[in-house]
Design a protein around this ligand. Structure first.
Ligand SMILES: [Zn+2]
Length: 60
Protein backbone atom coordinates (compact mmCIF):
# COMPACT_ATOMS: atom_id res chain seq x y z
CA UNK A 1 0.00 0.00 0.00
CA UNK A 2 1.06 3.55 -0.61
CA UNK A 3 -0.35 6.89 0.36
CA UNK A 4 -1.57 9.14 -2.41
CA UNK A 5 -2.64 12.73 -2.30
CA UNK A 6 -4.86 14.74 -4.58
CA UNK A 7 -3.23 17.98 -5.71
CA UNK A 8 -6.61 19.58 -6.19
CA UNK A 9 -8.42 18.94 -2.90
CA UNK A 10 -5.49 17.58 -0.85
CA UNK A 11 -7.46 14.45 -0.06
CA UNK A 12 -5.19 11.65 1.16
CA UNK A 13 -5.95 8.00 0.68
CA UNK A 14 -4.27 4.63 0.58
CA UNK A 15 -4.09 2.57 -2.55
CA UNK A 16 -2.05 -0.19 -4.12
CA UNK A 17 1.56 0.82 -4.66
CA UNK A 18 1.77 -0.98 -8.01
CA UNK A 19 -1.37 0.53 -9.49
CA UNK A 20 -1.45 4.27 -8.97
CA UNK A 21 -4.97 5.68 -9.06
CA UNK A 22 -5.60 8.19 -11.81
CA UNK A 23 -8.75 9.74 -10.46
CA UNK A 24 -9.24 11.24 -7.01
CA UNK A 25 -11.93 9.28 -5.14
CA UNK A 26 -13.03 12.43 -3.35
CA UNK A 27 -13.34 15.12 -6.01
CA UNK A 28 -13.12 12.84 -9.10
CA UNK A 29 -10.44 15.04 -10.63
CA UNK A 30 -8.41 13.08 -13.15
CA UNK A 31 -4.63 13.34 -13.22
CA UNK A 32 -4.40 15.20 -9.93
CA UNK A 33 -3.34 12.26 -7.80
CA UNK A 34 0.29 11.78 -6.90
CA UNK A 35 2.16 9.68 -4.41
CA UNK A 36 2.60 11.47 -1.16
CA UNK A 37 6.12 12.64 -0.64
CA UNK A 38 7.97 11.14 2.28
CA UNK A 39 9.14 13.44 5.06
CA UNK A 40 12.69 13.04 3.84
CA UNK A 41 11.87 14.14 0.31
CA UNK A 42 9.94 17.08 1.70
CA UNK A 43 12.93 18.22 3.74
CA UNK A 44 15.17 17.92 0.69
CA UNK A 45 12.92 20.14 -1.38
CA UNK A 46 12.86 22.73 1.42
CA UNK A 47 16.65 22.70 1.55
CA UNK A 48 16.79 23.21 -2.20
CA UNK A 49 14.36 26.11 -2.02
CA UNK A 50 16.42 27.79 0.67
CA UNK A 51 19.58 27.27 -1.29
CA UNK A 52 18.19 28.87 -4.42
CA UNK A 53 16.92 31.77 -2.33
CA UNK A 54 20.39 32.29 -0.91
CA UNK A 55 21.91 32.14 -4.36
CA UNK A 56 19.51 34.81 -5.55
CA UNK A 57 20.59 37.10 -2.74
CA UNK A 58 24.24 36.55 -3.55
CA UNK A 59 23.72 37.61 -7.14
CA UNK A 60 22.33 40.98 -6.11
ZN1 LIG B 1 -9.34 15.41 -5.09
Amino acid sequence: MAIYQCNRCNYKFESSAEKAPKVCPYCSEAGSVSKERSAEQLLESIDEAEESRENRFKKR
